[in-house]
Write a protein that binds this ligand. Structure first.
Ligand SMILES: Cc1cc2nc3c(=O)[nH]c(=O)nc-3n(C[C@H](O)[C@H](O)[C@H](O)COP(=O)(O)OP(=O)(O)OC[C@H]3O[C@@H](n4cnc5c(N)ncnc54)[C@H](O)[C@@H]3O)c2cc1C
Length: 502
């Protein structure tokens, strides 16, 4: 036996949670170093009837890698990276985004996925179909995955390559496994928005896409081949400050639609895969509401750790950060001239400073919640991850602000407004406020689904948003998804409890 399976002890406490702060439990843990170890650990689990929870970097925020008994399959030691082969690279699932970037550096190529959290593993990114700020132009990680190697619970290892392994209408064959994909496309009303909620299924699809965003419920990803792009020769980042949110959103609409030709992929999947994004469109369009800027002003004043943040003029109400990987078009410079002020950063180094400003918002939120937890340990922040169709952006923003003001809750709104995808972070001051925020979140999710939006644009469903997935697909859709899961994993051992309860 090569896979060393350990009894869980107090030393393994860190492996019981992810960044959602949900805490689970497990009896066994293993750190495989090879695909043979993974296969063996799965075999032993099947023989013993142990549920298996797969872990990558444990940066997920929906509890997807939090165990609910059984064995933890932690892939952090399977982190080797092969060399660059033309414009592709094959890597093990535990390799971290930061290390992938470091390895590629200097090659003239880059990997377009740019999560804020760079200690995420490529396996976890694939499982969640993760995105980042630059997904406005480059789409989610799905668009940059060429092939996967996956260990199935029947003991087989399959390789699925884009353009090679495809479904025939809805029928599929993977090694010995044959089946029919659920016909859920008619239940999925969110095809025009950014989404990472539930299985991606459509007739004649590339089978690699079935595993991307499946949250580890269909197989363990043991190898990933990524596509790389030629590195942009220049990078320009700008932050424009406006006197009102309405003006800022009008600027976003201008940035999105100002005659760039083809609109960038919304990142809903295979339609966008492999297409090079059109030249000249912004890479990223990010939003910071008035409360976010106010929080930064307060943290700069009150907390040493934020002393280096740039001073924010009291007139700045809302900010839009945007990036171009080419000269900023003159029309954009002219339009940005209508803002109160516009900060300009050139090249990766200067842009990093602007990014620190952006990262300071979630950091401040976490710090505030951390303080409150000292007196109310069960308190957490409530963070949304929903996207809406283009036409509903203003309505969604109104819904958030009005609901939060009425409920008297403390909050900030920031994020990927280019994709109509902002994160509302509610910072409750009591458990009563927490419950009020939760009720509000559920109301919003119902409305977003009604508009044809997605309840999760990038973080996935995991174990904490299962009710929201049901809102999106209804009982019928969930039943169809369960049938697919049963076909791949009849004993329901793998990542049990992610997406739905079987
Ligand atoms: C501060 C912060 C910022 C973040 N910013 C972003 C962002 O910009 N964009 C974004 O999309 N997300 C973001 N996230 C969320 C998180 O980083 C992503 O969800 C990421 O994809 C998780 O990767 P991981 O390796 O940490 O996965 P884990 O948390 O370990 O696992 C996530 C899921 O993937 C499954 N999984 C992991 N590896 C495998 C595998 N090899 N095979 C099968 N299943 C597997 C797990 O079982 C689990 O269901 C952020 C999180 C934090 C804390």
């Amino acid at each position: 036996m090569t896979a060393q399976i350990l009894d869980v002890t107090d030393d393994h406490a860190d492996y019981m949670c992810d960044e959602s702060r949900r805490v689970g439990h497990a009896e066994k843990i293993t750190f495989p170093k090879s695909i043979a170890d993974v296969r063996e650990a799965l075999q032993i689990s099947i023989e013993n009837g142990w549920p298996v929870t797969v872990q990558g970097g444990r940066t997920g925020i929906t509890g997807g890698c939090v165990p609910d008994g059984g064995l933890i399959l932690n892939l952090s030691r399977m982190n080797a990276m092969g060399g660059i082969d033309s414009d592709r690279m094959t890597i093990q699932p535990g390799a971290l985004l930061a290390d992938i970037r470091e390895t590629i550096k200097g090659s003239g190529l880059f990997f377009p996925s740019d999560l804020t959290e760079t200690t995420a593993s490529i396996g976890g990114m694939v499982a969640n179909n993760a995105s980042g700020a630059r997904s406005f132009k480059y789409g989610p990680v799905r668009n940059w995955i060429h092939a996967l190697e996956v260990v199935l619970t029947n003991g087989e290892t399959v390789r699925v390559e884009r353009g090679v392994h495809k479904a025939n209408d809805l029928d599929f064959k993977l090694g010995r496994l044959k089946g029919r994909l659920p016909d859920i496309s008619h239940l999925r009303r969110c095809d025009s928005v950014k989404s990472a909620a539930g299985y991606f299924v459509k007739p004649d699809m590339d089978l690699v896409d079935l595993f991307i965003g499946a949250e580890g419920t269909l197989g363990v990803v043991t190898e990933v081949t990524i596509n790389l792009l030629a590195e942009p020769v220049q990078l320009n980042g700008l932050t424009a400050f406006f006197a009102s949110e309405a003006e800022a959103i009008e600027f976003v609409r201008f940035l999105r639609d100002a005659g760039w030709g083809t609109r960038p992929a919304t990142g809903v999947g295979p339609g966008a895969v492999g297409q090079l994004p059109s030249a000249g469109v912004p890479i990223a369009i990010e939003f910071f509401d008035a409360q976010s800027l106010e929080l930064l002003r307060r943290m700069k004043e009150e907390n040493e750790a934020f002393a280096d943040l740039p001073a924010l003029n009291p007139e700045f109400h809302t900010a839009i950060y945007f990036e171009f990987d080419c000269d900023v078009p003159d029309v954009v410079i002219d339009k940005a001239g209508e803002a109160i002020d516009c900060w300009f950063a050139e090249g990766e180094h200067e842009i990093e400073t602007l990014k620190n400003f952006r990262h300071a918002i979630p950091e401040s939120v976490n710090m505030l919640i951390g303080e409150r937890k000292k007196t109310i340990p069960e308190l957490t922040k409530l963070g949304t991850d929903m996207s809406v169709p283009d036409g509903q952006l203003e309505n969604a923003m109104r819904m958030y602000h009005e609901g939060l003001a009425e409920a008297g809750l403390e909050y900030v709104i920031f994020g990927h407004i280019g994709n109509n995808h902002v994160h509302v972070n509610i910072m409750p001051r009591s458990m009563e406020e927490y419950e009020r925020g939760k009720a509000l979140y559920l109301e919003w999710a119902k409305q977003v689904v009604e508009w044809g939006g997605s309840v999760s644009a990038e973080h996935g469903i995991g174990k904490i948003k299962r009710d929201f997935l049901k809102l999106m697909y209804g009982d019928d859709g969930i039943e169809e998804m369960k049938r697919l899961k049963e076909c791949f994993d009849p004993m329901n051992l793998l990542n049990r409890g992610n997406l739905f309860i079987l």
